[in-house]
Write a protein that binds this ligand. Structure first.
Ligand code: 2P0
Length: 350
């Protein structure tokens, strides 16, 4: 097949982020607006990421999306919202300058590859939509900042807005009904705390039982614990977490991270019908981290779990031997751990 003469193309990668203050619950499902702010750490580009190429050409029949080699539906409201917003920004450029090629009128072809298990609680949609939005923004040569793009990526998947930045990133829930103030911003770059490490323990690469999108709205509708989490618990933790990051106070960072993961999973259990994301292996990881911290006499490791059983352990490089060393030593002997995939150490940053 010959290459079309009007083919335009851009490629990018976006990394996975793992929240330490969790996003769980939407105040608008249409605009994908959260009930509470959240804060995450972006993992290294070299470890867990989505690579995306966006192309457009008049010779394409229609918009298309290929993820890990399989065709995805692009008719969904979230993908459509991203395409629509990005095309509108491109149209504005084309209207101002008649010499600009009319890219916004061409069908889009998106090709994405993840280098980690999709939908296994490793925030694949975060890296996926962040890469999709940035690849199209690059293709369209949009002068948009990561914060501006975060407003669009959020509509693809909430957590995606945080993957447009490296380092430590907050997503402000915002109060406006149209979501214009529901944006991500950098709390601190990765270079602020370069010794921060994340150990990813892949307990299961299976697709999760209850999707985040479905699960969080069931929690909003039925959990009695949830209103307190949204109103009091998270707003206080957001402030304290930002301070802990600015001060590189690992013990406070760890304490808040573990409490917030437990609060989120408690709300899942408090949902009717209850949602179970953790399994026996996840609980063994919690006990292991508690044991490591008890032995050290302070918090030197912090576990956190998203909507799945996989464990992420944060630690400072100075405690590499005590934390990562401990897990590496036992990985092969703990039932349920996948030694082949488990234990990837992911330093943060670009
Ligand atoms: C987080 N999670 O803050 C939380 C913690 C899961 C547990 O963001 O419906 O896939 O696409 O906006 O972003 C997963 O939710 O949900 C998530 P949608 P998303 O990382």
């Amino acid at each position: 097949m010959s290459t079309p003469t009007d083919l335009h193309r851009a490629s990018t990668t976006a990394p996975v982020n793992i929240a330490v203050i969790k996003y769980w619950g939407k105040r608008s499902t249409t605009l994908n607006l959260p009930t509470n702010s959240s804060l995450s750490v972006t993992l290294s580009q070299s470890d867990l990421r989505t690579h995306t190429t966006a192309s457009c050409s008049h010779s394409f029949n229609s918009d298309s999306l290929l993820l890990n080699g399989s065709v995805q539906d692009v008719a969904g409201a979230r993908t459509q919202a991203c395409f629509r917003e990005l095309r509108a920004l491109r149209s504005a450029i084309e209207e101002k300058d008649a010499a600009e090629p009319k890219l916004s009128a061409m069908p889009l072809q998106i090709v994405s590859e993840n280098n980690f298990p999709t939908a296994a609680g490793l925030a694949s949609s975060a890296a996926g939509f962040a890469a999709l939005v940035r690849a199209i923004a690059d293709l369209y040569r949009l002068p948009a900042s990561p914060t501006e793009l975060s407003r669009i990526a959020r509509q693809g998947s909430g957590s995606a807005c945080r993957s447009l930045f490296g380092g430590f990133v907050a997503w402000e829930a915002g109060v406006e009904e149209d979501g214009r103030d529901s944006l991500a911003y950098e709390v601190a770059p990765a270079s602020h705390w370069p010794s921060m490490r994340a150990l990813i323990l892949v307990v299961s690469a299976e697709k999760k039982g209850v999707s985040s999108t479905t699960g969080m709205q069931a929690t909003v509708a039925t959990s009695a614990l949830f209103p307190m989490r949204v109103k009091d618990v998270v707003p206080q933790r957001m402030k304290r977490m930002e301070k802990a990051i600015h001060e590189k106070d690992f013990a406070t960072f760890a304490d808040l991270t573990m409490r917030d993961s437990n609060s989120f999973h408690a709300c899942c259990l408090d949902t009717t019908p209850p949602i179970f994301y953790l399994n026996d292996v996840s609980r063994a990881a919690i006990r292991a981290v508690e044991g490591i911290n008890a032995k050290a006499g302070k918090e030197i490791a912090a576990y956190t779990f998203d909507a799945g059983p996989n464990c992420v352990v944060y630690y400072d490089e100075e405690n590499e031997a005590l934390v990562a060393g401990w897990f590496k030593a036992v990985l092969g002997s703990v039932e349920g751990w996948d030694g082949a995939r488990g234990g990837a150490v992911a330093p943060m940053g670009e």
